[in-house]
Write a protein that binds this ligand. Structure first.
Ligand SMILES: [Zn+2]
Ligand SMILES: [Zn+2]
Length: 176
């Protein structure tokens, strides 16, 4: 439904260095485990290389996260630019198979000359997720004893947590 697949058959028939330009717009990218970047926008540049197509992509969008301290939903801008070469697997003219690339785990252009950006976009989006998203810089987090959100409620528990960062770490550990 939300396609990041581009037909590069004509570009593959052009000389090395030939280019295409596209704009991603109003799409969504599922990252798994309920995480979604939406909408996804940004420029896409394709350059014909000897082995296939170099994709320079600079996507950005809003991702739904949880505050690392109080677990409140956080919507945050995510930028995940990348540059990856996609290898041609068959000849455009006659569909003959080309020798597979020597490098392992490279991105491929399929036998219908479709270049699918989605796996690369997902990979780079996950790489660029913040380690500790916060609802606000001074989020007070959850009380480690009674669990109330200390941004909203004051509780009467004894405050024996010496370091707020430890509480954040504990939240994270509890999460996983
Ligand atoms: Zn928070
Ligand atoms: Zn408490």
């Amino acid at each position: 439904m939300f396609e990041y697949r581009f037909n590069v058959s004509t570009l593959l028939q052009e000389p090395t260095g030939s280019t295409r330009h596209y704009e991603l717009n109003d799409e969504r990218l599922e990252l798994g485990e309920g995480l979604v970047v939406k909408p996804v926008q940004g420029p896409v540049h394709f350059t014909r290389t000897i082995k296939g197509v170099l994709a320079d992509v600079a996507p950005h969008g809003i991702v739904n996260l949880e505050c690392g301290r109080c677990l409140t939903p956080v919507h945050q801008e995510l930028r995940f630019p990348f540059s990856e070469e996609f290898y041609q697997t068959v000849m455009v003219a006659n569909g003959a198979a080309l020798p597979p690339p020597e490098e392992p785990d490279v991105f491929l252009i399929d036998e219908l000359h479709k270049l699918d950006l989605e796996p690369a976009m997902r990979e780079y989006a996950l790489l660029n997720l913040p380690m500790l998203p916060l609802c606000q810089d001074d989020c007070k987090g959850l009380c480690p004893q009674c669990g109330v959100n200390r941004n909203e409620t004051t509780c009467n528990c004894e405050d024996d947590v010496v370091d707020e960062r430890l509480a954040a770490l504990k939240n994270l550990l509890d999460k996983f």
